[in-house]
Structures are given as C-alpha cells and as structure tokens.
Design a protein around this ligand. Structure first.
Ligand code: 8GP
Length: 839
C-alpha cells in the first residue's frame, strides 16, 4: 500500500470501546457479544466452555491492541530483538495470567458474576498447552513473562505440537499415559498466520555451481518440502503495554494433494504424503528416554529452527536493514541443544541464499547466537548419527564439516601436537559410528555459553565443556534460573499476596528483592499468627481438593511434605520413600512413639519408556496403600500421589507446602526451579548441595535450610574409591529393614518380584548414591520433625525464607541475560492517544 493509503486507513480506523474498555459494564457487554458472535450461542444453551471462550476472546481483544502497538513500535524504532528458540514451552493457562497482568481480575469477576456465573469455574475450563516436559519448558515460559514485563523486545519461537505432554492417570498404582488433545475444543489465544508460511526442505542432494561473480556456490535440491505455518500467541507483561509474541510453527504439506500422484490414480498415495508432512509437529517427545534413532525428533528441530530463522531474516529485510547488520538487530538464544542446528542453518541461509562470503556469514552467526546448557546428564547430550543427519540435511552436513575444519585449524595452532585435544573438541565424534555433537556445534557457533546455576556452570567448565572453557574462558557465564512472581505468587497464592502487600506494598511484584522488607515482620508475633492462618487455609484448600478427587482425608495440621517434579532416579523420589518406610517401621515397633503427623505428597510424570521411573511411581502408591490403611499408624503418616502433575495442578501444590523436597544427588540437578516456587510460597527446604539449592541456602542463610547429604565432590570421590552400596545396607539396620520390607513383598501383596529391579539397582549399583545419603537424610528429617513442633519458630523461618528469596525472580535472571549476553534495552510501548482515552 502507498503511504497515503495507509494514512487513510488509520484515519478511518476506530477501535471500538467494546474491544478495549476495561470497566466491568463494558466487559460484560463484550462477553455477551462474543458469546453470540464468536461462539454462536445464546445464554439458554451456552455451556461453561462457551463462556470461557467468550471471556477469553474478550481478554484477547484487550491484549490485541497492545500487541499491535508493540509490533508497530518495534518496526518503526528498529530495535534490537531477543529471539528465544525453544523446542518446549509450558506457559500454563493463559486467561487468569492475562487478567493479573492487565489488572482486570476484579472487573472481569464482576462482569461474570453479573451474568450469574462464577469466574473460578470459568477459569477451570481452560486446557493448558502442555508443550514441554518440565523445567526447561517452564523456564522458557517464565522468561517470556519477564521479557514482556521488563519491556524487552522479544519473540519466543517454538513448535505447535498437536499433542503435548501426555496426561497421566494412575490405575492400580501404575502410571497410564493418555493422549493430550489440548486443541480439541479450539484455542482462543492463538492467531494463525498462513500468509507468513515458509518452506522447509528435507533430504535430496547438493550440487556446486559458479555464481555471476565467478564464486563457487552450492545449491540444495531437496527430496521433500514442508510448509511451516506460524501460530501467534500474545504474551502480556505485568501492568505494561508491552505484549510479546510466542510464535509456534505447525507443519503442513505444501499442496493438499500431490496432483501428479492423483492424476496417475494414486489418490491414497497423494493423501499419504500430506499425512507424512503433518506428522512432523504431531507430538512432543518425552525426555529421559534415549533419542537414538528418532529421526522425527531431528526433523522437528530443524523444521522449527529453519522456519524461525527464515522469519527473522525476512523481518530484518522488511525493516529495510542490510543483511550484514542482522546480528546488531537480533540475538538468538538457544534453549539447550535442541535448536543448535540453527548455527548451520543460519550459515546456509546467509551463504547459499543471501550469497554472503563464508567469513562474513560466520561473524554474523557467532555474534547472533548464545547457548544455554540445562543438563549435565550424559544421556541427555544430543548427538546425531552422521548418516541419518546427512541423508536428512545433506547441505548442513557439508557446512558442519567446513565449520569443523576451520575450527580445528584454530585449535591445532593453539595445541600443537595434541591430537587428543582435537578429537575431544571436534564437532564429530569418531569411533564406531560417527556422530554429530550438537553441544559442540552450539559452543562453536555462539558468543556466550551459560549454565543455569553457579554449581552447574562450574561443573560444565570442569567437565563436559572443559575443553571449550580452556579455549574460550570469556564465553562462559552463569545465569542462575528464576521464576516469575506473577504466576508463582500473585496468581497462585492470593491469600499470601494480600497479606504481604498489606504490609509492604506491591512493588515486590516487579522487584522481588523488596521482599526484604518482610524481615523485620518475622519478629512480629501478630504477623506470624496471621501468616500461620494463611498457610492453614491454603493447606485446607489442597486437602479439600484431594478429598474431592481422591477421597482421602488429610490433616491440615500435619506437615505437608511435598516432592513434585519429573520422576527420575537422580531426583531420588525413592529416597523419600525410604524415609516414609523408616518412619512407618519406627511406629510399628513403638506404637506410642511421639512423631508429628506428616502428609507426604508426590506429583510427577515418568517418561513412558523409563521403566525404573514408572516402578518408583508404583512403589509410592503401593507404600501409600499400606500405610494409609494401617490402623497402627493412627493417621500419623499419609502418602498421596497426585496424578497428572502439570502447571495447572502445580499451582495448587506450591502454596500448600510446609516442606519442599529438593533431594537430588549432588551434581545432577542443573538448577531446579520448583525449589524457588516452594520457597517463595513459604515452604522450608530439605535439600542437598545441588543446583540452585546452594544459592537458595546462601540467600536464606544456613539456619533456615535443612541440609543433608554428600557434596558433588564427595560423590565423585566416593565413586572413584569404588562405591559399594551394600556396605551401607549391611551396616545400617534401619536402612536394611526398609529395603528388606520392599523386597519381601510387604507392599505388593506378597509379590516379591515386583520391586526386585528397584531393590537390585539400589543394592548392586545405586548410581545416584541413595544409600550413601540415607542416614544423613533421616537425621535431617528428624530435625524437621522436631522443628515443626515449634510452630512459632517454624513460621518465623518461613517468613525469612520468603523475605530472602528475591534473587530468584526471573526478572533478575532476564536482566542478567540482557546485560551480559544479549546487550538489549527496554523499549516502552505507548498506546495511541485515541485508544488510550478509550481505555
Ligand atoms: C532442566 C534441569 O533438569 C533443571 O535442573 C533446570 O532447572 C531446568 O532445566 C531449567 O534450566 N533440564 C531439562 O529440562 C532438560 O535438560 N531437558 C532436556 C533434556 C531434554
């Protein structure tokens, strides 16, 4: 359009009050309107879900004009943008979060109530997007929230999985996986943009040619082309106009029919091709399973990365900027190695499609990318078999060879006559069958590499990435994770939010360090009493929920001792179980034993192919079956497994905890973020010196944290000396009794075989050193039990935990990324005046 036409359109453009107004009357009108015109329903036949959709569209309208102004401002001001590339996002339900961020919770509640409805039951209709496995995906969502709140220009790119992480049901104590059909009833938050579709190539071969300048060039003749369709979801910031974009890609066949196949009579073959393309974004891969041979997973990674980079280059050129300044306008964060293929893809785009010279393209690439590592577990470090990689991405394989050759030439100069060093650093793993090391590609192609907690970054530098650290120490930084206080406090714990805000004001919501002002209140007995009253009420809420859903009666005055996270041997849910059995045995031996009542609550999914993790779930539920119904126990111990741990369910859990279990083997948990959510909501932590626990303990101070277990150094030494778990078993009667009870079939109706694999693993290998940490854990739990008897001191400690947790806000983490890695600045968004007047 000509500029005159555009001005004309703007002049005639009017945003109706019904789409922007924030008064409860206007909102009520808008909801009725959307029910009628979007859902096509009238009140007599509308379902609660229809109302949810009507409210969601009403709120989305309010976001849209902030979103449009955001996009417009970034376009006009030529700002530098953060591009977060992540194969996973776990944003949780959008509606309530948007109400909080826009500051219209009360108005919408009133509007809904005037129509005779209840907001909580409308909110409960929302199906959350389960587009991630756990920590890594949820971190991406917290960072999107903080980026918008801090007014940092950002786009989050990812995959629009049709089926997210499976829903978990528990049947006869076992996990059963159910397909997550989250899109079944429609998704009001996303806007498809088919006009911005891009093409992604796969397979085929490459051929050299000489360009007009006489330069040697390569072109890629693919075997298959898939279309990427972007679906945009607006991400609101807290009480700012900035509304960022989460852009997720869906795969589609370029043509709905392959006409050639159709014409020769192969109708079904033609439809097959369509199905094959669309399979690409069908399902999220669960982690903790070997990725060996999962070609589709590599296809997914390349697909979303290629779509995203093509999209970025297009935005850059549309803004009228020359291709050479790409890295000045965009910085691309790799959320783990899943999008690391982006390094080779950007090189391909710059060299093959935009015809830059290699060195220029490489400078741009290295300056654009940065890489975050999220795990030290060797089984999670991605490598791809060379032949699989080459047949899927022949051009990228050539590019990786070239990157590697130039890189190793540099290494050779630095480490004369050290072939081991070369082999260790190479992007290609030699030996049996060659593989591409994605972490190495990420390191070589990035200007910054970070771990997610202080210990984790140190271990990266000493361990898996040591050779890279020796080569480029300046590239390494630590950025300890954080979580957003908007969702993880304001939204999930309104009672505590109100109490805190009444005392210290509301600045903490965006400056969590202001929680410091609670310190002096910890000394105030009246405040402590109110705090306790809030905690009691929140625990009662969870007890009611469990009563209603599982028919179990819980004692809200017992210690709510909670472990909620993915089920994994390194996270040691079974160590927690050993403690439960130990307590059980003690009470059985001495029925008059004075122990404070405890409710053990577990939540978490096991990867569908991870048998040992599934057996741990079965162990928890089986121990619960016995303990919960044993009259000798007099309800002193209750064990609950809450099915289907996801963002929605986790929101009921964190506020209700007295004790947060963070008991991974030291050196294994990169950071943890659940530890921060529990502590922020006033739980005390029992934990090892692992991940961010170390920094949390430093922040809240040692006296206010229950520490146990071997350090990561101890664990290394222990293993170096030849760890023999049996020794601990043979010399510790309580431990032996607990393990023997499992082995005896006591918890499995006499079936000794059931838990044998778990018992064998502990006695023969115990790779995560449960037995070595057992006694220290039990002693520490005894201290917890003691401490809980003194409710007043316990409360004081809880308040101090909250007061000192400010550092673990994702706002702090994002500020650090901005300052140290991204070099980006905030940009304020002003709503155009006539719109502002209306608002
Ligand atoms: C997780 C880490 O396990 C956790 O400690 C950390 O808090 C979180 O990332 C955010 O940094 N890592 C993963 O979820 C992960 O590595 N997933 C990929 C292996 C699939």
């Amino acid at each position: 359009l000509s500029p005159e036409h555009i001005t004309e359109i703007y002049d005639s453009f009017h945003i109706e009050d019904d789409r922007t107004g924030l008064s409860s009357e206007t909102l009520q009108r808008a909801i009725a309107d959307n029910l009628y015109y979007i859902q096509g329903k009238f009140p007599e036949i509308a379902t609660l879900y229809d109302y949810y959709m009507a409210v969601a569209y009403t709120v989305r309208d309010r976001l849209l004009h902030r979103w449009i102004n955001t996009v417009k401002t970034y376009r006009e001001q030529d700002v530098k943008v953060v591009c977060y590339l992540s194969a996973e996002y776990l944003p949780g339900p959008h509606l309530e979060n948007n109400l909080v961020n826009l500051g219209i919770y009360d108005q919408v509640q009133q509007a809904v109530e005037s129509s005779g409805l209840d907001l909580r039951s409308i909110l409960a209709q929302e199906e959350e997007p389960g587009l991630g496995n756990g920590g890594l995906g949820r971190l991406a969502a917290c960072y999107m929230d903080s980026l918008a709140t801090l007014e940092i220009p950002a786009i989050g790119y990812g995959i629009r999985y049709e089926y997210g992480i499976f829903d978990q049901e528990i049947r006869e104590g076992w996990q059963v996986e159910i397909t997550d059909k989250w899109l079944r009833l429609g998704n009001p938050w996303e806007i498809p943009r088919p006009e911005n579709a891009v093409e992604v190539k796969f397979g085929g071969y490459t051929e050299p040619y000489t360009d007009d300048q006489g330069d040697y060039r390569v072109r890629w003749i693919p075997h298959q082309v898939v279309n990427g369709i972007p679906y945009d979801t607006p991400i609101s910031g807290y009480r700012v106009n900035t509304t960022s974009t989460m852009r997720l890609w869906k795969a589609e066949a370029p043509e709905s029919f392959d006409f050639q196949a159709f014409n020769v009579g192969d109708y079904y073959g033609a439809v097959d091709a369509k199905i094959i393309s669309e399979n690409l974004t069908k399902v999220l891969y669960p982690n903790d399973e070997p990725i060996q041979g999962k070609q589709l997973r590599l296809e997914q990674q390349y697909f979303f990365v290629s779509c995203s980079l093509q999209n970025l280059l297009k935005i850059h050129l549309l803004r009228g900027d020359p291709i050479e300044t790409f890295h000045e306008k965009f910085v691309i964060q790799l959320n783990d190695t899943h999008p690391a293929i982006g390094v080779a893809e950007l090189m391909r785009l710059l060299v093959d499609e935009y015809l830059l010279h290699w060195q220029k393209a490489w400078d741009i690439t290295q300056q654009a990318f940065a890489y975050t590592n999220h795990t030290l577990l060797p089984e999670a470090l991605e490598t791809w078999p060379l032949n699989l990689f080459g047949s899927l991405l022949p051009r990228h394989l050539e590019i990786i060879y070239e990157i590697n050759q130039r890189f190793l030439d540099q290494v050779r100069l630095k480490y004369l006559g050290n072939p081991d060093k070369l082999a260790r650093l190479s992007l290609i793993e030699e030996g049996g069958s060659k593989r591409i090391r994605m972490a190495h590609l990420a390191c070589v192609g990035s200007h910054a590499i970070n771990g997610v907690a202080a210990l984790h970054t140190e271990l990266l530098k000493e361990g898996v990435l040591k050779d890279f650290y020796d080569l480029w120490p300046h590239k390494f930084t630590n950025i300890t994770n954080g979580v957003t206080p908007r969702r993880w406090m304001v939204l999930i714990n309104p009672r505590l939010t109100q109490l805190i805000t009444r005392e210290i004001g509301e600045t903490w919501i965006t400056q969590l360090e202001d929680f410091k002002r609670l310190e002096s209140l910890a000394e105030d007995p009246a405040f402590r009493q109110e705090w306790r009253r809030v905690k009691r009420a929140v625990k009662q809420d969870l007890a009611d929920y469990i009563q209603a859903h599982q028919g179990l009666t819980l004692n809200p005055d017992s210690i709510f001792d909670i472990q909620a996270k993915r089920i994994h041997e390194y996270k040691r849910q079974h160590l927690n179980v050993l403690h439960i059995i130990t307590l059980y045995n003690r009470i059985k031996h001495n029925p008059r034993l004075a122990v404070p009542p405890r409710t053990f609550i577990f939540g978490g999914k096991a990867a569908p192919g991870y048998q040992m993790a599934k057996l741990i779930i079965k162990l928890i539920t089986s121990v619960g079956e016995v303990v919960n119904h044993d009259p000798d126990i007099c309800d002193l111990i209750k064990v609950v497994f809450l099915p289907d741990f996801n963002v929605t369910n986790s929101q009921r859990i964190y506020p209700a905890a007295d004790l947060s279990e963070q008991i991974s083997t030291a050196g294994k948990e990169a950071s943890g973020t659940g530890n921060m959510k529990f502590s922020m909501n006033g739980a005390l932590t029992i934990g090892t010196l692992d991940g961010a626990n170390i920094e949390i303990r430093e922040a809240v101070e040692a006296d206010n944290f229950f520490l146990f277990g071997h350090t990561s150094e101890d664990i290394v030494d222990l293993k170096a000396q030849g760890y023999v778990p049996k020794t601990f078993y043979n010399t510790n009667p309580a431990l032996k009794e607990a393990i023997d009870l499992i082995a005896s079939g006591y918890f499995s109706h006499g079936n000794r075989a059931l838990f044998q694999p778990l018992v064998d693993q502990l006695l023969q290998a115990d790779p995560y050193c449960l037995l070595a940490d057992y006694q220290s854990y039990i002693d520490c739990q005894d201290q917890v039990g003691q401490a809980f008897q003194d409710q007043d001191t316990w409360t004081k400690t809880a308040i101090l935990n909250v007061a000192r947790i400010g550092r673990f806000s994702s706002d702090r983490a994002i500020r650090e990324y901005c300052r140290e890695i991204w070099w980006v600045n905030p940009v304020s968004i002003h709503l155009e005046e006539y719109q502002q007047a209306k608002a």
